[in-house]
Design a protein around this ligand. Structure first.
Ligand code: MSP
Length: 538
């Protein structure tokens, strides 16, 4: 990867049957953090999210709400916008599967598959879980129920169109073997390779029992299966098959952040080779075996990478409406701040395996890392700077004491290494690891305050130079942290920048450098970043 190589980051399209919960916010926070990080490094970024609006599940939810599916989708999608705005998610494009340009692209893709001889009519008989919008075999079920939704699947029998998925078993496997990083983490890749050993079965891609979907272009009695429709969003959002321009008219007003680089005349050709799909483990199969076969069948190469994360449980239980334990991201953000939500998701979330949301752990991490760690460091550094240096960054100085000087040089080295360390972790999609790199600096710097004790140095006129050395070092650390935390904790980044009297959003390579905050720079008023959560209010 070169710094200037583009990256196209996508989340799943969330179903509009209900409000979004912690699981949805998790993928979106991962995506937003990646997007912010790489933008700050100067890499061209396109970040896509959106909504999945067709199919039986949505139809059923709309009917239950006494309305038609489109009005229902409009209402729920409004809540998606509210949530992503409240969490300050910086997507570039928000796609709805009811967008005309998307429906057109879906039809084009299936027309291609049809002309390539990859679809045929047949009899579909299956057990279908409407909540998953996927069929299951007897062996997937637990006591006759869907293991995820606990609902009894429908017995479906109809005449519909099939896609020759079976023709792609070898090609999908070979692609994975040739590009091991195309599915991460490794355990998930092995899962898919294991499942591929059983061979792919042709899959039904259309329905005739309802009309809420994209009509098959050559047989309008059928609408496409919701997954056949939704997966295409990753390329329809790039203007495929036209490839002339992003369909900005259709998405006008929904785009919050315009990607800053010109992408020429061909956004599909520009972005697609750099695509990274972030998904949960339950939909990895759809995003690999099914999606890649569709792409290969249409002569398009698979995405560069699919990253599948695990699932949250809550205090040891499945998160479910029935149990009444659903974590609403907006509630957490309103109560503790959106950075607190992001920090916990990035630190304790299910990036590698599953994870358990525990309130006690949330509070402990928040108090230790945010309030006592980062918050305390920034606050006491800037307070001391105000007291001992009138808030002005002193010139660099060395300690007379060699032990302190060693610590100071070590801090400097850590700051200078940080950009490389963060880039390496973020490239591996190890956002927890990236935060750990930042917190190594936070912990070292807090220890440095305790050891160098500027409050004692300030009382001793003979140690003026040591005080200067300590305060200069702390200014550089706070400045570096302001930049380093911004993609992960955007509000903290903005607030530290304000206290340093700097414009927020400076490029990372400029900020993550010892000495980048010049001597004589006047800082502003220190304000605590994170109030401690007291047990009684937890
Ligand atoms: N609409 C499909 C995706 C189509 S993409 C072309 C869909 N939507 S969904 O609304 O059900 O959202 C699914 C996402 O939420 C998945 O990535 C899934 O893993 C994630 N989660 C749902 N519950 C979750 C947890 N309890 N924990 C973490 N993520 C979870 O599937």
């Amino acid at each position: 990867m070169t710094v200037h190589e583009p990256i196209y980051i996508t989340t799943p399209l969330y179903y509009v049957n209900d409000e979004l919960h912690l699981g949805h916010a998790t993928t979106t926070i991962y995506a937003d953090t990646l997007a912010r990080f790489w933008r700050a490094c100067g890499r061209p970024v396109l970040f896509l999210t959106g909504s999945d609006e067709h199919g039986q599940k949505i139809h059923k939810a709309a009917t239950a709400a006494g309305t038609d599916p489109k009005s229902f989708a409009d209402r729920i999608v409004g809540k998606f916008f509210e949530l992503w705005d409240a969490l300050d998610i910086t997507y570039d494009v928000f796609i709805r599967t009811t967008d005309d340009f998307h429906k057109h692209a879906v039809q084009q893709l299936f027309t291609r598959l049809n002309s390539n001889g990859l679809v045929y009519t047949g009899k579909y008989e299956a057990l279908y879980c409407v909540d998953c919008e996927t069929n299951s075999t007897e062996k997937d079920l637990v006591e006759g129920r869907c293991p995820i939704h606990k609902s009894v699947p429908q017995k479906v029998q109809e005449e519909n169109w099939f896609f020759r998925l079976s023709a792609f078993t070898d090609r999908v496997r070979e692609h994975i073997e040739k590009h091991p990083a195309s599915i991460v983490p490794e355990a998930r890749r092995n899962e898919i390779l294991g499942k591929l050993k059983e061979g792919l079965l042709d899959s039904s891609v259309s329905r005739t029992t309802f009309t809420w979907g994209v009509p098959l272009p050559w047989d309008s009695r059928h609408v496409l299966w919701v997954w056949s429709d939704a997966l295409v969003n990753y390329i329809s959002a790039l203007g495929w098959p036209g490839g002339k321009a992003l369909p900005t008219d259709a998405i006008a007003g929904r785009r919050r952040h315009q990607h800053t680089r010109a992408v020429g005349e061909t956004p599909f050709a520009y972005w697609w080779p750099h695509s990274v799909h972030l998904v949960g483990k339950d939909i990895l199969w759809h995003h690999t075996a099914v999606w890649w076969s569709m792409l290969l069948g249409a002569g398009i190469s698979p995405p560069r990478q699919v990253f599948a994360h695990g699932w949250w449980t809550v205090e040891g239980d499945k998160m479910s409406k029935t149990l009444g334990n659903v974590i609403r991201p907006l509630d957490v953000a309103t109560r503790y701040g959106r950075d607190a939500l992001r920090y916990h998701v990035l630190r304790e979330g299910p990036a590698r395996g599953d994870a358990d949301w525990r309130q006690a752990l949330f509070v402990a991490r928040y108090n230790a890392d945010l309030a006592n760690g980062l918050g305390n460091l920034v606050n006491r550094s800037l307070n001391m700077l105000g007291k001992y240096c009138d808030g002005k960054v002193p010139a660099e100085a060395a300690f007379a004491d060699p032990a302190l000087e060693t610590l100071r040089l070590a801090l400097g080295a850590r700051v200078d290494r940080l950009l490389g360390a963060l880039s390496a972790k973020v490239s591996e999609l190890d956002l927890d690891g990236a935060l750990e790199e930042i917190w190594l600096l936070v912990r070292d710097a807090n220890a440095f305050v305790n050891t160098s004790a500027p409050f004692k140095l300030a009382k001793d006129p003979a140690r003026k130079q040591d005080l200067q050395a300590a305060m200069h070092a702390l200014c550089q650390v706070v400045h570096a942290l302001c930049h380093a935390v911004a993609p992960f904790l955007p509000d903290a980044g903005t607030r530290i920048a304000a206290q340093l009297q700097l414009a927020p959003g400076q490029p990372l390579p400029e900020g993550l450098r010892w000495g980048a905050l010049p001597a004589g720079h006047q800082t502003g008023k220190p304000e605590p970043l994170f109030a401690r959560i007291e047990e009684a209010n937890a």
